[in-house]
Design a protein around this ligand. Structure first.
Ligand SMILES: Nc1ncnc2c1ncn2[C@@H]1O[C@H](COP(=O)(O)OP(=O)(O)O)[C@@H](O)[C@H]1O
Ligand SMILES: [Mg+2]
Length: 306
């Protein structure tokens, strides 16, 4: 799909397939096109070109039967502040075609899921930011969608609500097998929650794999050696010539030596042998694995938090 706002191309000829039951992460900085993608994938916005299908049925703004099979938790809160939490959920449930006993039962069930049962009678306007987010999550879940899309659900949320949202996503994956699309610019969330992650920048996918696969594609890592200050120079000289060592530099703490490794595991053996041969004592060893942040930096040349 492609989407343009006037001259600006927010989604640029992007193609994507998500499997049933998958927790799929869309990771990218602000302005990457994540929310536009979610809007198109949930049938809120018709793309300029291309199409989205859910199990073979096209998702369009007027495809109401298909849209009932998916739930969206938008980045911008959609709530009626004057209504109570429970009344908000009953409103959204009716929009999704629920009524009567079923509507009441589902509202009670999702209030329980997001931990708001005891505040269900209070006006949503009196909720904290995190509670409002949780109510929004409940609204996206009320009709038991096959596919749930969460757009940056933890931005501006207190730690307790954040943990709650995390736990809910993990539990839904485990217990219901629901397909989940999760956008974020926090790589630790993507790393922890997602089966696969697409890194999106300027409306394009720049990398797509499992978190592990993305990290391994970088290869290497950094081995941090605790070496006595008096021996640091000599240690650096002993290690620099090794073939599996890309570079040696003093650690930022001034206490260690950072060895950039072609492959952390292989390089570690070479490093230990070289230090042993030079009779250099070693106080500590730490392997710093690359993370999704380094992957993002590699593929976009920019930091995720820019
Ligand atoms: N309604 C809109 N009208 C014009 N430009 C928009 C609109 N919505 C988003 N954009 C622009 O499209 C690009 C992608 O935005 P968005 O999808 O919100 O990205 P993200 O969710 O990754 O931050 C940005 O440059 C943004 O300014
Ligand atoms: Mg967004």
């Amino acid at each position: 799909m492609t989407h343009r706002y006037g001259d600006l191309t927010a989604v640029d000829d992007l193609s994507l397939e998500i499997a049933r039951g998958e927790v799929f992460g869309i990771l990218g900085p602000n302005g990457a096109g994540k929310s536009t993608l979610i809007s198109i994938m949930s049938g809120m916005l018709a793309p300029t070109a291309g199409a989205v299908t859910l199990g073979g049925s096209e998702v369009t703004p007027t495809a109401h039967a298909v849209k009932r099979r998916l739930g969206v938790v938008p980045q911008d809160l959609a709530l009626y502040e004057a209504l109570s939490g429970r009344e908000n959920l009953r409103f959204f449930g009716r929009v999704y075609g629920l009524s009567g006993r079923r509507l009441r039962d589902r509202a009670a069930a999702v209030l329980d899921v997001v931990g708001l049962a005891d505040r269900a009678g209070d006006a949503a306007g009196a909720y904290s930011g995190g509670m409002k987010r949780r109510l929004n999550l409940a609204a996206g879940l009320i009709h038991e969608p096959e596919l749930l899309m969460l757009d940056e659900p933890t931005v501006g949320v207190d730690p307790q609500s954040r943990a709650h949202i995390f736990d809910n996503v993990e539990r839904m994956r485990r217990e219901t097998g629901m397909t989940i699309v999760y956008t974020t610019h926090y790589m630790e969330e993507a790393e922890r929650l997602c089966d696969r992650v697409a890194i999106v920048d300027h409306g394009r996918i720049v990398a797509l794999d499992t978190p592990r696969g993305l990290i391994q594609s970088l290869g290497g890592g950094v081995i941090q050696l605790g070496v006595d200050a008096a021996q640091r120079e000599r240690a650096a000289q002993a290690l620099a010539p090794l073939r599996s060592v890309r570079g040696v530099a003093p650690g930022p703490d001034g206490q260690s030596l950072n060895v950039e490794a072609a492959s952390a595991q292989h390089t570690l053996v070479d490093v230990m042998q070289a230090l042993n041969a030079a009779s250099l004592p070693l106080a500590s060893v730490r392997i710093l694995e690359p993370n999704l942040e380094s992957v993002f930096l590699r593929f976009t040349g920019r930091s995720l938090r820019d």
